[in-house]
Design a protein around this ligand. Structure first.
Ligand SMILES: *Cc1c(COP(=O)(O)O)cnc(C)c1O
Length: 402
């Protein structure tokens, strides 16, 4: 009795201090409720979130169509193992592949989707003794050991060696550099069509075309990590569709199920058989709740014409920030691809996060100097204006302090 009463009186933050491994830097705020691009904390404070769910809440918090789909599916059938067929998995696979290509494998996260891609590339190359992958500096592919080795950022490797062997790192937009790393043990190239965590860096389309040619020449798989760019965020279903270059593999996660854990790897029909039975699996991959949520997310994007709104809002954001920039000398560069917005500063970007939060707007800082926004695809123009007003005034303030 007494111990239960004692537990009840503990605040959420106390519980974290006592029982949750401190591997994240958390704000001293507990979020309790969300709706669209708005979210509320335990004290009843309202925030406008320009980075909802770290990119997972592609339709904002608790989108009604997704909530309803999960409720209905939960009442009918929560989990079916992958030894059976299940309607929702088939339908979500059809949804994704008919907007890209090939066939899908489902898992639960971005790192897992990339592990599947790494295995596919190795299995495909194994008959010829090919196993090496080329990935890119400032890339981010996840935290599991394979995805970590693919992530060419030394700060994430510290203390974790030896890393999984067989990865070589190249500089983005340096095609000759990449070509010099290809040998007869190389099986593939993995790149983000827009680097997210890396600071919203957009590779040159000619560079991606060059990678395509290199892969065709040497029989390598070209794999695009669309974990952050995938399923509409950039204004196309997949970011490769802006580039004129079709990869052999795309991986996705984050927003694809509207905030429910879900990942997928899609590959062309001719490579799908390389991931043969017994070689790869995920117990919860493609589970019925995630599939129902994913379908509802995709159908909402389609029904509400959100690919188009993303394009219009991206132009609007660019216009407003270009104007603001003329009087904010600390803005070094603007990098925008749909609802992926990177504002590269000449000064550290972290203070912008705290200053905006004080004014009720949530955003992200990455790569030391970049302010990153990943607004929900369905954010309203009014909310966007409110968020940009705060962001711009924060940047003015930071510029004046220089
Ligand atoms: C977030 C991210 C990952 C890792 O996804 P998790 O779901 O955290 O494993 C991989 N690649 C990219 C491009 C990402 O943005």
């Amino acid at each position: 009795m007494s111990s239960i009463a004692a537990l009840d009186s503990k605040s959420t933050i106390d519980l974290f201090n006592d029982y949750v491994i401190p591997n994240y830097t958390r704000y001293p705020v507990s979020l309790v409720k969300g709706e669209g691009s708005r979210v509320w904390d335990a004290e009843g404070r309202e925030y406008l979130d320009l980075f909802p769910g770290w990119g997972c809440n592609i339709l904002g918090y608790s989108p009604p169509a997704v909530v309803e789909a999960i409720q209905q599916q939960a009442a009918r059938l929560i989990h079916v193992p992958n030894t059976w067929h299940m309607e929702q998995q088939g339908r979500f696979a059809e949804f994704l592949c008919s907007r890209s290509f090939g066939k899908a494998f489902f898992c639960n996260s971005g790192a897992e989707a990339n592990e599947a891609a790494i295995k596919l590339a190795r299995l495909h190359g194994s008959a010829e003794g090919r196993f090496r992958l080329i990935t890119f500096e400032r890339g981010f592919h996840g935290r599991t050991m394979g995805a970590l080795a693919a992530t060419a950022q030394p700060k994430y490797h510290e203390g974790l060696g030896p890393l999984v062997a067989g990865f070589r790192y190249a500089a983005m937009n340096d095609l000759e550099g990449v070509a010099s790393l290809v040998d007869d043990e190389t099986c593939g190239i993995m790149i983000e069509p827009v680097q997210g965590e890396g600071g919203v860096r957009i590779p040159d389309p000619e560079f991606l075309q060059g990678l395509r040619n290199l892969c065709d020449e040497h029989g390598l798989l070209l794999m695009f990590d669309e974990v952050q760019t995938g399923m509409g965020r950039t204004g196309e279903w997949f970011a490769y569709q802006h580039t004129g270059v079709e990869p052999d593999v795309i991986t996705m996660a984050k927003g694809i199920a509207g905030g429910v854990a879900c990942g997928a790897m899609i590959t062309k029909d001719q490579y799908a058989g390389d991931l043969r039975p017994g070689m790869h699996a995920s117990t919860f991959g493609g589970n019925s709740l995630a599939m129902a949520a994913g379908l509802a997310t995709g159908e909402t994007i389609e029904r509400e014409g959100l690919l188009q709104s993303v394009k219009e809002n991206a132009n609007y954001i660019r216009e407003r920030l270009e104007v603001a920039r003329t009087s904010i000398p600390i803005i070094r560069e603007l990098r925008i691809c749909g609802m992926m917005i990177g504002i590269d500063l000449t000064v550290p970007s972290t203070p912008a996060v705290g200053k905006a939060m004080e004014r009720g707007v949530l955003l992200n800082a990455t790569q030391d100097t970049v302010v990153r926004l990943l607004p929900a695809m369905n954010i309203s123009r009014e909310e966007l204006d409110q968020g940009l007003d705060v962001l711009i005034s924060v940047l003015h303030e930071m510029a004046e302090a220089e």
